[in-house]
Design a protein around this ligand. Structure first.
Ligand SMILES: [Mg+2]
Length: 280
């Protein structure tokens, strides 16, 4: 099949309509129809753990994906049609090197006492992801520098991912192996499954999606993203000399508002005209 398409989607406030904007009635039925197409491979790329992804699939009646990159990219699973989840061990073998043999517990000890950081609950921690909260007005760049400076002497290459939960609002800080970001996970899934770059699209809405939105692949920012994220994605894409397009969903496609699944579909129809036919 030459017209195969890899659709990579963030979940919260991208595919899952859990923000203040309404979801257009047609959006999820159309998205489910897209996911059923034999050409489409669907990957969820999310901060959620496996358990929270499974819960979301039930709660929001999401299509069962083919692949899940969970925990902000630090774990990847193949998901069969019977919802049997299999870890991609090859991914863990790559990312574990960045932490120089350390796992969550040793990394927590290394970061103990960092000002402003509060460790999130046990259920938010995984082997290769530390999750903290911080005040929403934190200088995120300075915090990332401080964390990386603390870890560098240990031979640890870490990536600090900052995002703001606008609904509270509170800052969310994830510390990951350097290569275990959403960006790294999407690239790994793409190459392992043999999709060319131009047959791969990513959709997102917020901070930890920015590297992928502004990276080399085709990307879609849903219309419910904040103005600040829209501006930052546009700026970063220009700075990076982005080779794939960045599509900013604005609504209007099939009379929908461009938010959540409607925005994902609007962007996919922009990049891939055949999507219109598939959904006819
Ligand atoms: Mg999101």
């Amino acid at each position: 099949m030459t017209d195969r398409l890899l659709v990579c989607c963030d979940l919260d406030r991208t595919l899952i309509p859990n923000g203040p904007q309404p979801l257009s009635d047609l959006a999820m039925p159309l998205f489910r129809r897209l996911a059923e197409r034999p050409e489409v491979t669907l990957a969820y790329v999310t901060g959620r753990s496996r358990q929270l992804v499974e819960r979301a699939i039930v709660r929001w009646d999401l299509p069962v994906p083919d692949v899940v990159a969970g925990d902000v990219g630090s774990s990847i699973y193949a998901v069969g049609p019977a919802q049997d989840w299999t870890t991609w061990d090859a991914w863990e073998a790559i990312i574990c090197k960045d932490w120089n043999g350390r796992r969550n517990r040793e990394m927590c000890a290394a970061l103990a006492g960092m000002p402003g950081l509060a460790l999130q609950g046990e259920d938010r921690q995984t082997r290769y992801k530390l999750s903290y909260t911080a005040p929403a007005d934190t200088d995120a760049a300075a915090l990332a520098d401080a964390i990386e400076t603390r870890l560098a002497p240990l031979g640890v290459a870490a990536e600090v991912v900052w995002s703001v939960d606008e609904t509270v609002p509170i800052g969310l800080v994830d510390v990951l192996p350097k290569s275990a970001t959403k960006q790294g996970a999407v690239e790994f899934i793409r190459s392992e499954m043999g999709f060319p770059a131009e047959r791969t699209a990513f959709a997102g809405d917020s901070g930890n999606d920015l590297p992928v939105l502004a990276g080399p692949l085709r990307a879609i920012l849903v219309a419910n993203a904040t103005e600040a994220v829209r501006a930052e994605a546009t700026r970063l894409a220009a700075t990076n000399g982005k080779t794939g397009d960045l599509y900013l969903a604005r609504g209007g496609w099939r009379g929908m508002n461009g938010c959540y699944a409607a925005g994902v579909l609007e962007g996919l129809a922009y990049f891939y005209p055949e999507v219109e036919e598939w959904l006819a």
